[in-house]
Write a protein that binds this ligand. Structure first.
Ligand code: FE
Ligand code: CA
Length: 505
C-alpha cells in the first residue's frame, strides 16, 4: 500500500532568518509529551506525538520534518510501514499519522525520529476484522483527571492491563483549579486562547504515568465539559452566556484537543466545529459507539436560571421533546447505527451519567441540570433506539460524576415495572475529587434502577466481553495523593447476554 508522504515547501521556511530568530530549538527530549496511538481499526491506526522546546512557553519555529516507523516487533527490527510527516506551527507542532495497510488484531510498535533523536517506542493494536469470530475483548474506561488533585497511579495501572483499547470518556484536562489537598499545580488560570489550552495539555501530558497509558494501548476518546469549560452546553456555559466570545474559546479548546489526541488527520476541527462522534467495530463481538453530548446539546432546561442553581425542581421545560442532547444529525446517526448493529454487544462510550438519579425527597423531584436527567426526552429517544437494535445487549459506559455506578437503564423511568433495555457502568474518576460515600448511598437508596454506587474512591473500570457475558470490574486506587499508589479490584459485575441488567459477579 502506498503511504502518503507529506513534503512541504514550507520546510525551507525554517531557514529564513526572520523565522529562525523566532524559532526556539527543540528540547533535548523533543518527545517530552510522549507518544500515543488511537482510532484502532482493522487495518489502520493513528500515531501521535507533539514536538516541544526546552521552555514549554516557547514554540519550535517553522515546519519540522518528523520520521515515523511502525514494526511488528518491540525491537523495531521488522518495520512494515514508515514515512516522513511534518510538524506544523499552525497545529502546535503535533504529528498525526494515519497508518494504513496493517494486519487486523495484532500488536504493533512505533517510533518517531526528529533531528536525529528517537522517541520512546509505543505499542498499539489493530482491531479484529469485522467478520472475524472474536472470543474476548477487553477495554478500560475512565474519565476525569484533575491534575492538581492527584497523581495518575490509575493511568500507570491501565498501562499494565491487557487491553484491546483504552476508552477515555472526558475531562482529560480541567480548565480551573478547584477542590482540596492539591498535590501539584496548574500554575496558570483558566485558558481561553489556543496557546493557553496548549499549555494546559502540555502540563498534563508531561506526566509519566499518563504517557505510559498512552504508549501501551490505542485510545478511543471523547470529551466532556472541562476540555472547554465547566458545564458548557453547545454555545453557552454558566460562565459564558454570550455565544460569540464563547464560540471563539470553544474553537481554541477543540483545536488544542485535536492537537493532543491520537485523532485522524482526516477529521480536523474547523473553527468551533469538530465532529468527534464515531463508531468502531471489533470483530463479531462488539461495536463501540462514541458520542458527543456537549457540542450540539440544547441549553440546560429552565436556562438561564438553572445556570445558577444547577438542580432542576419543578421545571416543565425539562420535558420539552424539542430539547436535544446529541443534536438532530448525531441522533439520527446513532439510531441508524443501532438499527444496523450486528455484533454480539453494543458499547456506548459517553460522558455523563445516563440513568435517572432523582435526588429529591418527600414527593419533590430534583434532577441535575447538566446530565441526561436534564434531557429526559433525548434520553428516551436514545434508549428507544437502543431497544430497537437487533443487538440485544448494550452497555453504556460513562464518566463525569467522579464516582462508580452500576445501573439498569429503563425503557420508562415513570414505570417501576418497565423493562431494562441496557446496562450502565460509570468508572469513577482517575483523580478528580469524589462526592462523599454517604451522598452516593443516599442516591442509591432513592433510585431502585441504580444497583450500585460508590463515592470516596478514585479509579477506572475494565469491561471484558465474551459471547455469553460481559464482566465489569471497578479498580480503585489506594490514594491519589501518593505517587505509585497500589490499585485493587473493588467490585465486579456481570451482564449476561440476552438479559440486560446488573448482576453481581
Ligand atoms: Fe470531571
Ligand atoms: Ca464533566
Amino acid at each position: 500500500m502506498q503511504r502518503r508522504i507529506f513534503v512541504s515547501g514550507l520546510a525551507t521556511a525554517l531557514w529564513l532568518p526572520s523565522l529562525a530568530r523566532a524559532a526556539a530549538p527543540l528540547a533535548p527530549n523533543p518527545f517530552g509529551l510522549g507518544v500515543a496511538s488511537g482510532r484502532p481499526l482493522p487495518t489502520s491506526v493513528v500515531l501521535w506525538t507533539r514536538l516541544v522546546t526546552a521552555d514549554p512557553a516557547e514554540r519550535p519555529g517553522g515546519v519540522i520534518p518528523v520520521a515515523w516507523a511502525i514494526a511488528e516487533d518491540e525491537g523495531m527490527q521488522k518495520v512494515v510501514r514508515s514515512g516522513e510527516a511534518t510538524a506544523e506551527p499552525r497545529w502546535g507542532h503535533s504529528v498525526h499519522i494515519d497508518v494504513e495497510g496493517l494486519w487486523p488484531n495484532r500488536p504493533y510498535w512505533y517510533r518517531f525520529t526528529v533531528q536525529g533523536k528517537a522517541s520512546p517506542v509505543g505499542r498499539t493494536r489493530t482491531a479484529p476484522d469485522a467478520a472475524d469470530p472474536t472470543a474476548v475483548l477487553r477495554f478500560s474506561f475512565a474519565s476525569c483527571q484533575q491534575y492538581e488533585q492527584g497523581f495518575y497511579s490509575a493511568q500507570r495501572a491501565i498501562a499494565e492491563e491487557e487491553l484491546n483499547a483504552v476508552l477515555f470518556v472526558g475531562d482529560y484536562i480541567y480548565e480551573t483549579s478547584w477542590g482540596r489537598d492539591h498535590v501539584r499545580h496548574h500554575g496558570a488560570g483558566r485558558p481561553t486562547t489556543l496557546e493557553e489550552y496548549r499549555n494546559r495539555y502540555a502540563l498534563y501530558k508531561a506526566d509519566a504515568d499518563l504517557q505510559a497509558a498512552h504508549a501501551a494501548h490505542p485510545w478511543i476518546v471523547t470529551w466532556d465539559d472541562h476540555e472547554v469549560v465547566n458545564d458548557y452546553a453547545n454555545d453557552t456555559s454558566p460562565t459564558d452566556l454570550d455565544p460569540k466570545p464563547f464560540l471563539a474559546i470553544r474553537a481554541a479548546a477543540y483545536q488544542a484537543f485535536w492537537e493532543h489526541m491520537p485523532l485522524s488527520n482526516k477529521l480536523k476541527p474547523e473553527g468551533p466545529a469538530f465532529k468527534l462522534y464515531d463508531r468502531y467495530r471489533f470483530g463479531d463481538l462488539a461495536e463501540i459507539t462514541v458520542i458527543d453530548d456537549r457540542q450540539y446539546r440544547s441549553p440546560n432546561a429552565c436556562f438561564p436560571a438553572s445556570y445558577k442553581d444547577r438542580y432542576l425542581v419543578n421545571c416543565a421545560d425539562r420535558l420539552d421533546p424539542a430539547r436535544s442532547m446529541l443534536g438532530a444529525e448525531q441522533e439520527a446517526w446513532f439510531a441508524d447505527g443501532m438499527k444496523r448493529a450486528s455484533t454480539r454487544w453494543n458499547l456506548v462510550a459517553q460522558q455523563t451519567l445516563m440513568t435517572e438519579a432523582d435526588t429529591g425527597t418527600g414527593g419533590v423531584h430534583r434532577y441535575w441540570a447538566d446530565g441526561w436527567d436534564g434531557y429526559p426526552m433525548a434520553r428516551q429517544k436514545l434508549l428507544d433506539a437502543v431497544a430497537a437494535s437487533p443487538t440485544r445487549d448494550t452497555l453504556v459506559l460513562g464518566g463525569d460524576v467522579h464516582s462508580f455506578w452500576a445501573a439498569d437503564l429503563k425503557r420508562d423511568y415513570a414505570d417501576a415495572k418497565a423493562p431494562t433495555v441496557a446496562t450502565e457502568f460509570v468508572g469513577g474518576s482517575i483523580t478528580s475529587q469524589t462526592p462523599s460515600d454517604k451522598a452516593t448511598q443516599m442516591i442509591v437508596k432513592l433510585n431502585p434502577n441504580i444497583r450500585y454506587g460508590r463515592g470516596d474512591v478514585n479509579g477506572y473500570g475494565i469491561v471484558a466481553l465474551e459471547a455469553k457475558k460481559a464482566t465489569v470490574s471497578f479498580r480503585t486506587v489506594k490514594s491519589v495523593k501518593e505517587q505509585n499508589s497500589p490499585v485493587e479490584t473493588r467490585v465486579s459485575f456481570v451482564v449476561e447476554a440476552g438479559q440486560p441488567g446488573v448482576k453481581p459477579a
